[in-house]
Design a protein around this ligand. Structure first.
Ligand SMILES: [Zn+2]
Length: 135
């Protein structure tokens, strides 16, 4: 199967043109860019991701804990369970909205810009679901 060649940053197809390379990553995937500009922007974005990764991890961990707590609290009459679960899901969505990081596969398939949009969109959907849980 022929691998799709897209710009790692903007997701533009780079068939029939000479791409900018950034060498191979651990998973043997090459970073390809349609322009030196995309390459520079992606490197800056990757730096940001590395810096923010601990907040991303903290947000995900805390929201999962809240959701687990809500499962233990159950949906009793006083509504503690759904309140905890709603907060957990809200936090999960908020974390994704601030730090829309996805799997390397997604980045390889869509490019950085589109993956970020996808992550934000998912964050908003999850937050809406969290709000809905409060009612
Ligand atoms: Zn590009």
């Amino acid at each position: 199967m022929k691998k799709r060649r897209i710009c790692s940053y903007c997701g533009r197809r780079i068939e029939g043109m000479e791409p900018e390379y950034r060498g191979s990553r651990k998973d043997n995937q090459e970073e390809l860019y349609c322009s030196p500009e995309c390459r520079k922007r992606h490197e800056a974005a990757l730096g940001n991701i590395r810096r923010n990764l601990k907040w991303f991890a903290a947000g995900i961990t805390l929201s999962v804990l809240l959701i687990l707590c809500s499962a233990f609290a159950g949906t009793s009459e006083n509504g503690t369970g759904s309140l905890l679960g709603g907060s957990g899901i809200l936090l999960l969505g908020f974390t994704l909205l601030l730090f829309p990081y996805c799997t390397p596969e997604t980045y390889a398939m869509l490019g950085y810009v589109n993956t970020t949009r996808l992550g934000r969109g998912m964050g908003i959907l999850i937050m809406l679901f969290g709000f809905w849980m409060f009612f």
